[in-house]
Design a binder for this molecule. Sequence first.
Ligand code: UN1
Length: 500
Amino acid sequence: MSNVLVTEEKLSNFINGEWVSVTRQEYAPVMNPANGDKILDVPLSTKEDVDRAVEAAKKAQKEWALVPAPQRAEILFQVGYLMKERKEHLSQILTMENGKVLEEARGEVQEGIDMAFYMAGEGRRLFGHTTPAELKDKYAMSQRVPVGVVGIITPWNFPIAIATWKSFPAIVAGNAVIWKPATETPMMAYEMAKIFEEAGLPKGVVNVVFGSGSEVGDAMVEHRDIRVISFTGSNDVGRSIASKCGQMLKKVSLEMGGKNAVIVMDDADLDLAVQGIVWSAFGTSGQRCTACSRVIVHEDIKERLEERLLAEMENITIGDGLDETNQMGPIINEAGLRKIEKYMQVGQEEGAKLLAGGYSLKDEKFGKGFYFAPTVFTNVTPDMRVAQEEIFGPVLSIIPVSSLDEAIEVNNNVAYGLSSSVFTQDVNKVFKAQRDLDTGIVYVNAGTTGAEIHLPFGGTKGTGNGHRDSGQAALDVFTEWKAVYVDFSGKLQRAQIDVE
Ligand code: UN1
């Protein structure tokens, strides 16, 4: 126990409204990445635990689907109020287990609160359609219906916000949820389960099963009665989930990262562009799917931009996120740190020039925490690995271009398509860029992060598989369309045949 915020020593699964111990007594330690201290133990559940959760969820879902959607929404409003009441508590625990600085943790919790109220509103807006029928005295309509039991697999980098993007639409639409949070950040799931319980969500509608992707995640993907898998995480894992779900004809929604760029044209407000770059590249230590990891800059202003960027980076304070003077926290764990370090070598071997950073931070102040210096590579060409692969750390690559057309081409020529941004004051360039940038999210005169929850979140190409989190689009993941025909003619009318 490292902090008064966390009094538990071991977590249990939350199944059918009860905290139940796991079928096998195996646990993994959860570490605070800011100082390497152990926070508590998280269970490593088995397939049997998943089976138990699915049995409970199946029963609960049948009842839950019959509760009118506005009443289901009432409970989500309650969830929102409780999250709001506990915002500071949730934020501090989030900082402890994830490392992001407190200000950003508060922002993430706020994103979850916003999602609760937004999706609760959808409970009165689960619109279907009425459509003129082909035949006389016949009524035709289509409506959204819940899919059944759905599985959500959530990442450590936004352990509460992303869970709300997935679970809230699932709940309001009448599904029951099996939730596997990342083992690095289980406390947010524990806290949310308590909130669901207190808000009056019926037992079994949300079940939390802690454990690894290879055991719990696989068991969820392979379970016949889990009808949807919604996953945010790495590309490799996402692809393997997609192929297994493909074989089973199971609906799957994926969000698997980005290689997001800020484009800075020669007419841009440079100070604003630098602020946007610093915030979206080094905020959350670059560990956002939406983080900016490329700056595509007009060659005429490249040097000026680099000078101002380096000056601005001097001001970044790094350390434990619970200390509010720090602006950048640690990397999630040792593996994350090693991956970033590896790219330092890769970049330099490819011929990129290190302009700032490039090393892990190790001295007394950082203790056993996992910190990496904000890093900039320059003279990067678009095909280098540092300009193509997701590094998931505070590492920027600067790529010079000579026109907007070239900038757009460079932006689009990567395997991912999540977020992009353009800084310019020319309205023609704005409209051209927003049309031609091949990403699911485009920003004008802002960095690549900061998506709002009532808009669709997701991307093109290797970022996903066409589905979206949050916004109204999330309802498409967690509902099926049902077409209903009511014939009140009193005789057999044969569609397509009896039409005059
Ligand atoms: C993520 O990085 O996976 O747009 C989510 C943003 C945040 C969410 C990021 N609202 O940066």
